[in-house]
Design a protein around this ligand. Sequence first.
Ligand code: C2E
Ligand code: MG
Ligand code: MG
Ligand code: MG
Length: 275
Amino acid sequence: RAKQEGKNCYRFFEPSMNEDLEEKLLLQNGLRYALERNEFTLYYQPEIETGSGNIYGFEALIRWISPEHGFIQPLKFIEILEETGLIADVGKWVIKEACEFAKEINSNGKTEVIVSVNVSPIQLTHSDFVDSVKQIIKVSGVSPRLIGFEITETALMESFSQNIEKLYELKELGIRIILDDFGTGYSSLNYLRKLPISILKIDKSFVDDLMNEEGSPLTASIVSLAHSIGLRVVAEGVETATQFEILKKYHCDLIQGYLISKPVPKEETKKFLNV
Ligand code: C2E
Ligand code: MG
Ligand code: MG
Ligand code: MG
């Protein structure tokens, strides 16, 4: 084919374009069967209470271990799942797994450990979403109070009124709604008041700003803003002791990040629990 194109300079970047497309098609194909072939798994990353250091809960993060492609990061395949519509079934599977996990780790009834999942905006737009959540919760036997749904700001803004209604319904059930990656979108403070959220997760970029003892006035004010409207605050992507100390000083409620732990397979979560 190169011959056909002769000395055309397009040739120089065409191969890489093809490679990208080819890779995407390959992944797309693999993803079609990944669920039925049990290739997905959930990793869990702990979130701790800043003051006490006690475990608050875990965030479930999907992983795809493909026999053909190896270990693939969600940022590479969530988008494909969304584009192909496969996210509906995979998303339900994630919720089901997470509910079962929450049920299991809370079975001693001593402390409450919350399990949250990331919900794609596409999932939210499906008409059967709320019903399927109710069904999954019922079958798993978990208390909805132990479940959190993380939704990004931009996702919420996309079809605001429609999504808001569903989120209110889910909140009514007892599910905690968490605004993920907060600060990266552009929701007005007015929107924030209208959202049925109970927790705000500050985006890692604002945690990255806390490089030394000086801290960052912006990060501090996000925390106090959230508190002033009755929300709890989680900081994501906390990697250093300095960041932790500053967030503690700002009264940020919860901490998540490599400093505490990377996301780990289910079997490894026991070390964070007194079981
Ligand atoms: P997210 O929900 O904002 O999750 C946080 C991401 O940051 C995770 O990446 C996590 O592994 C990573 N992370 C946590 N602590 C640190 C840290 O201290 N430093 C650094 N550098 N990174 C940290 P991951 O697992 O690759 O997930 C990426 C994104 O993919 C998630 O962002 C979420 O938007 C999406 N995602 C993951 N699992 C699911 C899922 O089950 N369903 C949907 N719809 N989206 C998911
Ligand atoms: Mg998240
Ligand atoms: Mg996040
Ligand atoms: Mg993030």
